[in-house]
Design a protein around this ligand. Structure first.
Ligand SMILES: [Cu+2]
Length: 194
């Protein structure tokens, strides 16, 4: 099921279909918001992880929230927080900034219930979900988010992870990289390969 969600989103990115937008098109005001599950620290910057707090028992999240996940934020609360603050705080890159030596791999694990992306961008911008872009104040998509999957634009399904190689023959050469999520464009971090 998770794979089908990711594929749906990839397709949506290509043709602008609405399949992936439903998460964020429906907007039902609700009171309050729920803070995320506990922060998890990285291991010396070699590991970063995507986080969220979607509550799979809320039918409004279906099918985007992994039924094996244990988040507590209803879809309505997510929408309300996003509308009020232009972001949902629990939807974030945990572990802070990535920092690895050239030749070392960067591990990116999805600790959340939704699919997130690891996307290197020249400049932070919106993602591929128009309503999330609008509500978060990122009306212009980062081109990398809408140009399709690449080695530096990867969907990461809930409960899975990727290992990003670095170095002269790796995915990331030495340098400093801006990384964002193309589903939730307020999710941003930096990765340094030194
Ligand atoms: Cu995300």
């Amino acid at each position: 099921m998770i794979r089908s969600i990711a594929m749906c989103c990839a397709l949506g990115a290509v043709i602008g279909a609405s399949g992936c937008m439903s998460e964020d098109v429906d907007s039902t005001p609700a009171q309050g918001s729920t803070e995320g599950v506990g922060e998890q620290r990285s291991h010396s910057g070699t590991e970063i992880h995507t986080e969220d707090n979607c509550d799979p028992t809320d039918p409004a999240w279906s099918p985007k929230c992994n039924t094996n996940f244990h988040g507590t934020t209803s879809f309505a609360a997510f929408r309300a927080e996003l509308t009020a603050t232009m972001r949902a705080a629990a939807w974030e890159y945990g572990g802070g900034q990535g920092s690895v030596s050239s030749g070392q791999s960067l591990q990116v694990d999805n600790k959340g219930g939704e699919t997130h992306t690891f996307t290197v961008v020249a400049n932070y911008g919106g993602g591929r979900v128009p309503n999330n872009n609008a509500v978060s104040g990122n009306p212009v998509p980062a081109p990398e988010c809408i140009n399709g999957p690449t080695s530096t634009n990867v969907d990461i399904a809930s409960g899975t992870g990727i290992s990003v190689t670095t170095g002269a023959s790796g995915t990331l050469k030495p340098g400093t990289y801006k990384v964002q999520c193309c589903v939730h464009p307020w999710m941003r971090t930096t990765v340094v390969v030194h």
